[in-house]
Design a protein. Structure first.
Length: 184
């Protein structure tokens, strides 16, 4: 059985204001809670003491269980969201630059606010799946974006982070997802 958690109002407030001053381990895990990932997925993304972290967040009222599901047969995850893909070694010098997202901005029909929120959440989830808790600060900024124009520059930064964390191939996959979503 898998449990799905979501942020409570207290959890949302903590993400926005840092009022409770959660330690980085708890804050990083709180950011990953999105109401769609199972506790099993969360355990793979939380690097240190995942079970205790989830229990602490729930006990302190930052997250709540919204459903318990019966285990489904395993299915292949999409290549973009595979958090355990091997990472190619970084070239000497350490930092890998992401390729620029190709092409000039194309005209995309305007998104309704609901469509934008869904798209933004999907892109944030893909980003956090690829780089885990390192995505925290940028994911918060992405969550605050109110339009595709505000989100696009943040996605460029996200692609560079993916390149540095997971390599050029992962960055290209993320860039393709962004381009397909926003016509960027």
């Amino acid at each position: 059985m898998a449990t799905i958690y979501r942020k409570t109002a207290k959890g949302q407030t903590e993400i926005e204001t840092r009022a409770a001053r959660l330690p980085p381990r708890l804050r990083g895990a709180l950011i990953l809670v999105d109401g769609r990932r199972s506790d099993d997925e969360m355990r793979r993304l939380i690097p240190v003491e995942p079970e205790a972290t989830l229990q602490t967040l729930a006990a302190q009222g930052f997250i709540e269980a919204i459903s318990v599901t019966v285990d489904a047969p395993l299915r292949a995850a999409p290549a973009v969201a595979n958090p355990v893909a091997p990472r190619p070694p970084a070239p000497q010098g350490g930092v890998v630059a992401a390729p620029a997202m190709a092409g000039a901005p194309s005209q995309v029909p305007p998104l309704s606010p609901r469509e934008f929120q869904t798209l933004r959440a999907d892109l944030i989830r893909s980003f956090t799946d690829m780089v885990g808790p390192m995505a925290e600060a940028l994911a918060i900024k992405m969550e605050r974006s109110r339009s595709p124009d505000e989100l696009k520059p943040l996605l460029d930064v996200a692609q560079r982070i993916v390149a540095n964390a997971r390599g050029q191939q992962a960055a290209a996959s993320f860039g393709a997802k962004v381009s397909g979503s926003l016509g960027h």
